[in-house]
Design a protein around this ligand. Structure first.
Ligand SMILES: *Cc1c(COP(=O)(O)O)cnc(C)c1O
Length: 354
């Protein structure tokens, strides 16, 4: 592969010493550098790593008006030899392009993204927290920059990757509300894409759920609000009677890379996994007859997050204490070890930046 030509302009005043790595708020602390590129005249150009800084914007940028804006979320860790390890990065870049295609935006060669990201994480390696659950959260995104307020696909775009040192996303198990009014995604829509507007639409229902005492939502299908889809920005898995059940990713359920990794890890460890629709009624019935063992979310930011209980139509249902959730805890430990290159089970999932 031809290495992308990247101009490198390093900061003269690193902010590294200002950061307390034991106490960082998720997504509010930014590493020293970012990788950027521009799309114009039908091609990506101006590949550059430069100090993290404000971008120029124009009030007529059409991404601000009509939402041509997509993003990714990924993580880098350090392995025991102090190398930076990227987890399935090409899967993220493939998904970024699927999101771009759905929003009629310019796609970008995944190899360019990998080359730029590899340089970036090498330069900002010291920003990866050495705490137990620490990681460098990576935020690639693309947005439209045409200065034109007609509703039309932009002909120019900006791509940026910046990174954030992070620790755990949730400190404890989360309590969720089964949403039966609002929908995140519908057939024919943009639910499978990490499109900025999807998240804007989720804020009001999530706020209402918070006011009712829940941490997060469980989205259900938009037609009957009968089947479980996902939770916030996590895919969902339910364990009933020893079987891990998760709904199929596709049009309305975002194809999480954590989700598909957890499915593979679980099957390889010998846990039965069923990928099929699961109704809220089935989960409630299992809770009532004592076979509901676990419910958890999977996602890059949250890794595996346990659900402590859920509410539907004002009735709350509890789950067993997290200390009894042997299967999901096992899966979480395996996944975390794999991401830090402590296992040799899935070498094809790792890109080690030397
Ligand atoms: C990003 C995201 C996920 C999780 O995907 P990962 O690739 O595992 O991080 C799940 N659901 C939604 C809606 C998301 O945006």
């Amino acid at each position: 592969m031809v290495k992308t030509k990247i101009k490198i302009n390093k900061t003269k005043s690193s902010r590294l010493n200002d950061v307390n790595f034991d106490n960082i708020q998720f997504g509010r602390v930014f590493s020293d550098h970012m990788f950027v590129a521009d799309y114009a005249d039908g091609e990506w150009k101006n590949f550059e790593i430069l100090p993290f800084q404000n971008l120029d914007y124009n009030p007529a940028f059409n991404s601000l008006h009509y939402g041509q804006s997509v993003f990714e979320g990924m993580k880098a860790h350090l392995d025991s030899d102090n190398n930076v390890v990227l987890f399935r990065p090409m899967d993220n870049f493939a998904r970024l392009n699927r999101s771009c295609e759905r929003l009629c935006m310019a796609t970008i060669d995944p190899q360019i993204m990998l080359d730029g990201l590899s340089e970036l994480v090498k330069i900002d390696k010291e920003w990866i927290p050495k705490t137990e659950e620490g990681a460098l959260y990576i935020r690639p995104f693309i947005f439209a920059t045409d200065q034109y307020i007609g509703v039309a696909p932009s002909e120019t775009y900006k791509m940026v990757i910046f990174t954030c040192p992070v620790n755990k996303y949730y400190d404890t198990a989360v309590k969720v509300k089964v949403e039966d009014v609002y929908s995140r995604a519908a057939s024919g829509g943009t639910g499978f894409a990490k499109a900025a507007g999807n998240y804007a639409a989720s804020l009001l229902p999530a706020k209402i759920a918070k006011e009712e005492g829940y941490d997060q939502l469980i989205w259900t299908d938009s037609i009957e609000h009968k089947y479980i889809e996902e939770s916030g920005t996590m895919n969902l898995m339910v364990i009933i009677d020893g079987k891990i059940i998760t709904p199929p990713a596709g049009e309305t359920i975002l194809g999480g890379i954590t989700r598909k990794s957890v499915i593979d890890i679980a099957r390889d460890l010998g846990y039965p996994v069923e990928v099929r629709q699961i109704s809220v009624d089935e989960v409630i019935e299992a809770q009532q007859n004592g076979t509901l063992e676990d419910m958890f979310g999977t996602g890059t930011a949250v890794t595996i997050t346990h659900i402590s209980g859920f509410g539907r139509s004002g009735v709350d249902y509890n789950l067993p204490p997290v200390s009894e959730r042997k299967i999901s805890s096992h899966l979480k430990n395996e996944l975390e070890a794999i991401k830090r290159n402590k296992k040799d089970t899935y070498p094809e999932w790792l890109v080690i930046v030397k």
